[in-house]
Design a protein around this ligand. Structure first.
Ligand code: NA7
Length: 643
């Protein structure tokens, strides 16, 4: 199925490397690759008397004292660490972003005793689940495949209440993880990173931070910069005249107010029918006065089929966790949904229909990912399946004219990110819900009282912009990132995205992106992808520490090979023709509105990605130039204590 097999070597994981290191560094009790790191009990309470880690023997933490004593780059936190966190000027590692990836990243670093902090622009942790508080926001990954896999204790104690858990519960979960493992003490909130410049002479990253606590700018430096910025963290609004003149309430779904929004009896507009709009619309249709949906292009969508998880089911899930994560690791999407391996054209139409009926009534992404593989690559197969889904829509929407408007014409099912819905199509059967096709009558402006299309004015109390994100690279573009010789990342990526494994960039040494563009995260079950990425990046740091390296930079050649590979993977996928955030399209971002394809996601599937990055590690990080430090520790850095 894959276009370019250059990276298809079998999985040689990095046991060899690690065993060697363990033999040479007796204090380092690295976990075996591919296994979960050991749990460690809850860290000291925030603000508690001491944050000095207990001994490794008592906590199960990985000890790195030996590494530190040698030549290492890893330094443990000073005493009184948290109290002085905001005053520290240098850290060995700075992680930017306290979302799902940042939380796991700091957990790994904390376990290693590495001097690290997390800088988060928002007021609290949680990323996506902190921000997106719109009604209907929920996983469309099965909850128990979304949670972290690294701690058996965590898996055993957490009860997912719904198969596809909602935002409030998801945020509670992430807070629970942070509190259980004492991770908040490493986090600094309301700290927006404005710039990150690589100082070649010192081999350091120098960051300028807008500190919301004080309202001041401050500077920080670090040896390693780990960017866990989120894939969809920069919301984009339409470029619509008069938006600021609207007198009612209006917000992007990402910025949904924290306080309850009174919607009963209100006239509400929703602009956008992507995954977000579809969740909102299904949820609020029966709770508002009038709901008017402004749709530019319909999306293919299928039922989520959510439901509660009983105590007995949760107990069964807990028993099966190893099996569940093993099957996630085996499947291209990182879900339990395995593709149907039968050839689309080798089975009869009746057999195809039987599968589709089963999947349509089944939970989650089965309809997309447990389908025939040809859906993604073969126009004929895709078109037959799309027609099946179109019929399902026609059966659910009473007004045939409305039904036809809800059926996409410009792309087939599954070539854009598939939204999963609950009562979405039935919403249009309600007398208080109206569909405005703005491909026919475009939005012209917002007004003081509502919205104007080319046809007429509409009056609203609330306007909801479900208009998507400057996806995947948007958060990188927001920071002035400059690498060797002052090269700006935004310039490097202006026309073509290029990375090494989606985690490193030539010219930007010691900058790691566990869930970056072209990594395995964007196109797979996100937490499964981020655990892979975080583990790889952390293993690289451990490897460097053990060997006395302090600088890591992907070579230009390795970056080119990876980027070519990512690009080639698009060649066979129908998705390359679709205008969606998978291909870098966004009508609201200058330069991204033409639909010129940007190769942002890795389409080779999770197993292939994991095999590839592990093979790179097993070969001593082939494609990465590792070298010893040229720079001295920065003046003003805090003293470090070896634990
Ligand atoms: P998406 O999937 O990018 O959807 C954005 C929607 O907003 C889509 O229907 C767009 O129509 C519409 N849109 C965007 N800009 C405009 C303007 N200017 N006028 C009218 N309509 C507009 O974002 P979501 O937030 O729904 O989903 C993002 C991901 O979040 C999702 O895939 C999940 O992974 C979670 P268009 O199709 O461009 O015509």
């Amino acid at each position: 199925m894959l276009a370019d097999d250059r990276w298809a070597e079998p999985a040689n994981r990095v046991e060899m490397v690690i065993k060697t290191e363990e033999a040479r560094v007796p204090d380092c009790t690295s976990r075996a690759r591919g296994q979960r790191p050991m749990d460690h009990p809850a860290g000291p309470q925030v603000g508690g008397p001491s944050r000095r880690p207990k001994s490794a023997a008592s906590t199960g933490q990985i000890r790195i004292a030996g590494l530190t004593r040698r030549r290492g780059i890893l330094r443990c936190a000073p005493f009184g660490f948290r109290a002085r966190l905001h005053d520290m000027k240098h850290h060995e590692v700075i992680v930017v972003g306290a979302g799902v990836a940042g939380i796991y990243q700091i957990k790994r670093l904390a376990d290693l005793g590495i001097d690290a902090t997390v800088l988060e622009a928002g007021g609290d942790l949680g990323g996506t689940w902190q921000w997106n508080r719109y009604p209907g926001a929920r996983f469309d990954s099965e909850s128990y495949t979304y949670g972290y896999s690294f701690s058996r204790e965590l898996l055993d104690e957490w009860h997912w209440k719904e198969r596809f858990s909602g935002q409030p519960e998801n945020l509670r979960y992430l807070n629970h993880v942070a509190d259980k493992f004492g991770l908040r003490q490493y986090m600094q909130f309301n700290c927006r990173v404005d710039s990150a410049h690589y100082d070649e002479a010192q081999n350091l990253w120098r960051l300028r931070i807008d500190d919301g606590r004080t309202g001041d700018q401050r500077e920080l430096s670090c040896r390693f910069l780990i960017l866990t910025l989120g894939l969809l963290s920069i919301p984009t609004l339409p470029r619509l005249a008069g938006m600021e003149s609207f007198k009612g309430q209006s917000f992007h779904t990402f910025d949904w107010p924290h306080e309850p929004v009174e919607m009963a009896g209100k006239r509400v507009a929703v602009i956008g029918t992507g995954a977000t709009g579809i969740q909102v619309i299904g949820e609020i249709a029966d709770k508002v006065g009038e709901l008017t949906v402004f749709q530019r292009r319909p999306n293919w969508s299928a039922p989520l089929n959510n439901g509660p998880i009983s105590d007995a089911e949760m107990a069964d899930i807990r028993r099966r966790y190893d099996e569940i994560f093993a099957s996630c690791a085996r499947t291209p999407g990182g879900f339990e949904h395995e593709p149907d391996r039968r050839g689309f054209f080798e089975v009869t139409r009746e057999e195809r229909l039987a599968l589709w009926d089963k999947l349509y009534d089944g939970p989650g992404f089965g309809i997309w990912l447990a389908n025939f593989k040809e859906i993604f690559t073969d126009e004929k197969a895709n078109s037959e399946f799309s027609e099946y889904i179109a019929d399902r829509i026609r059966r659910r929407v009473k007004d045939p004219k409305v039904a036809e408007k809800l059926i996409p014409r410009d792309h087939g099912f599954g070539v854009q990110r598939v939204p999963l819905e609950t009562r979405y199509f039935e919403a249009y059967n309600r007398p208080n819900v109206h569909l405005v096709d703005i491909s026919e009558t475009p939005l012209v402006s917002a007004t003081e009282t509502g919205l104007r299309t080319s046809e007429r004015d509409y009056e609203f109390d609330i306007i909801v912009y479900a208009t998507g994100f400057d996806a995947i690279t948007g958060a990188f573009d927001k920071i002035d990132i400059q690498g060797v010789g002052g090269e700006k990342l935004a310039d490097k990526w202006r026309t073509t995205i290029s990375t090494f494994l989606g985690m490193m960039i030539h010219g930007f040494p010691n900058m790691l992106m566990p869930s970056g563009p072209q990594s395995g995260s964007a196109s797979t079950n996100y937490p499964r992808g981020i655990e892979t990425g975080v583990n790889w990046c952390t293993d690289l740091l451990e490897y460097m520490a053990a060997k006395g390296y302090t600088r890591a930079e992907a070579t230009a050649g390795a970056e080119k090979r990876w980027t070519d590979h990512v690009t080639n993977m698009y060649a066979m996928m129908l998705m390359r023709k679709a205008k969606s955030w998978f291909t870098g399209y966004n009508s609201n971002v200058a330069g991204h509105e033409q639909g010129t394809i940007r190769y942002l996601v890795y389409n080779g599937g999770a197993p292939k990605y994991v095999n590839t990055i592990n093979a790179v590690a097993a070969k001593g990080y082939e494609g990465v130039v590792l070298s010893a430090d040229r720079g001295a520790p920065p003046s003003g850095s805090q003293p470090t204590v070896v634990v």
